[in-house]
Design a binder for this molecule. Structure first.
Ligand code: ADP
Length: 491
């Protein structure tokens, strides 16, 4: 029995041992798995922590980005406002609390160096009362060399970089009432010097590198706008000066014109009264000469008759001259009423050629006209225009040698008719052409010593044409002839 019991017990023990061993093995296996699991858990924990850290950082970056975008937006708006300003003070006034807040600051100051006064003048103060602003201004001016150096070297300063020699940090904070700040130089091309200060009391949001960049952009913008303002000021000033000069000149010219008008009127009055005074005795002289020449008072010896005829001829010339002079002065002073009517140009020219027929024939001068159909009707005063043609054709006749040619052409453009009186005569020297229409002007040459004249004909014609709203000019070449052209309105 015992061996069976022993065998059974041994078997049980073996089975139990085997089972224990197996369980131990399982336990070992499980322990390994738990360790692996623990390791994974730890890893996961690390990763979760990393994710959280990244998330916080991302949020921070997002916040910073948002701040930067808001700052950029504010900067852009502020730049636009500054850009549209052309007055020194106004430029700084645009930097108000609203924009500063958007940029993340509550305090700002701006100073410009005034060379004449040798000090910095305050142009902007935001976030300070008057007393504090004044205290800061005085302090800045006691340290003017430091600031001038900063500006001239284009350096930016911040609360962190301000040297102890400037003021100890606590004093600086006390003076500017800020925790951190930036000072950016403003240096213009025109030589203006200054700086802009921005600061914040907020310990949580001290000024960053990004803020420094923003304020640098702003100070550059201010410098540019200041340049524009100076340029505008200069242009405006010179325009004012120019306007003043123009005004002064206009005043002088108006005065001179008035004087010329007065003188011209005096001259016309003088000519007109002298002409009248001369006409009366001349009429008597002509009258007496005519009576004597009629021999009603007794017959005349030949030499006396010759002299009387001379008196008569010269008197006629004088009367002619006086009449021309009187006409010039009357047209000049607007006393002659031009009776404008529609006239047939061809008919007028034919009439004048007829009048001069004998002289034209004597000199064997060929003549003619070419008046196109659309230039037939002119708007003019008949008697005055006849005088124009008589004078021009008489001149052409006088200054054209035997067997020459005289032609009248017309052309019409935009209801203006241009008439050219062309001769193949001696021509007029170039230097004389500009004086032809002046009163009493006669070309100084041998021809004129033989040909009689007063030098009043062309002056009178010019007045008549201008009184018709037209103009007259001459083209001529010595030895080749002359063309006198004038314009009239088409009827
Ligand atoms: P006048 O003929 O009485 O001298 P005008 O005023 O008519 O006065 O002319 C001024 C001058 O212009 C003339 O003296 C003459 O020298 C010059 N002149 C005018 N018409 C002609 C012409 N067709 N050809 C050459 N010279 C001319």
């Amino acid at each position: 029995m015992f061996p069976f019991i022993f065998l059974g017990t041994c078997t049980i023990i073996i089975v139990l041992a085997l089972s224990l061993f197996y369980k131990m093995q399982r336990l070992k296996e499980l322990g390994g798995k738990i360790a692996a699991l623990n390791f994974s858990l730890e890893e996961m924990d690390e990763q979760a922590k990393l994710i959280m850290r990244t998330d916080i950082e991302l949020n921070k970056t997002q916040e910073e980005l948002d701040k930067k975008i808001a700052g950029l937006d504010a900067l852009q708006k502020l730049s636009q406002e500054i850009n549209t300003t052309l007055e020194e003070k106004q430029i700084f006034n645009k930097i108000d609390y609203k924009y500063l807040e958007e940029l993340g600051f509550e305090k700002s100051l701006a100073f410009l160096w005034k060379n004449f006064e040798r000090e910095f003048r305050l142009y902007l103060s935001v976030g300070y009362n008057q007393d504090t602003s004044e205290k800061i201004r005085i302090e800045i001016n006691t340290k003017k060399d430091y600031f001038l150096d900063l500006i001239e070297n284009g350096r930016t300063a911040s609360s962190a970089s301000l040297p102890e020699s400037f003021l100890p940090k606590d004093k600086v904070d006390q003076l500017f009432q800020t925790h951190s700040f930036i000072i950016c130089p403003v240096l213009t091309q025109e030589g203006d010097k200054g700086f802009i200060f921005v600061g914040t009391q907020n310990i949580e949001t001290p000024v960053t590198k990004g803020d420094q960049e923003f304020i640098s952009i702003l100070s550059n913008q201010i410098a540019q706008t200041l340049d524009n303002a100076r340029l505008f000021e200069k242009t405006w000033k010179s325009q004012q000066e120019l306007e003043m000069k123009v005004e002064e000149r206009t005043r002088q010219l108006t005065g001179a014109l008035e004087e010329v008008k007065k003188m011209s009127k005096r001259k016309s009055d003088f000519i007109s009264s002298v002409s009248h005074e001369l006409r009366t005795p001349l009429t008597s002289i002509k009258g007496y000469a005519a009576i004597l020449l009629s021999e009603k008072l007794g017959s005349l010896p030949d030499d006396v008759r010759n002299k009387l005829e001379k008196i008569n001829r010269h008197s006629d010339e004088l009367v002619h001259m006086i009449n021309d002079l009187l006409d010039i002065s009357r047209i000049e002073s607007g006393k002659v009423d031009m009776k404008l009517e529609s006239l047939d140009l061809k008919a007028i020219i034919d009439k004048i050629f007829d009048l001069l027929f004998e002289q034209l024939k004597t000199k064997n001068i060929s003549y003619g006209h070419n008046i196109p159909d659309n230039c037939q009707k002119i708007l003019a005063d008949r008697s005055q225009i006849e005088r124009v043609f008589i004078n021009l054709l008489s001149n052409a006749l006088k200054f054209t040698p035997q067997n020459g040619k005289i032609n009248i052409n017309a052309n019409c453009l935009n209801k203006i008719i241009q008439i050219d009186v062309k001769d193949s005569g001696f021509g007029i020297p170039e230097e004389a052409q500009g004086h032809l229409f002046e009163e009493f002007y006669r070309v100084d040459n041998t021809i004129n010593q033989e040909v009689k004249g007063t030098g009043l004909g062309l002056a009178l014609i010019k007045h008549i044409i201008e009184a018709h709203g037209g103009r007259i000019w001459v083209k001529s070449k010595l030895g080749e002839g002359s063309t006198f052209s004038f314009t009239l309105k088409a009827a």
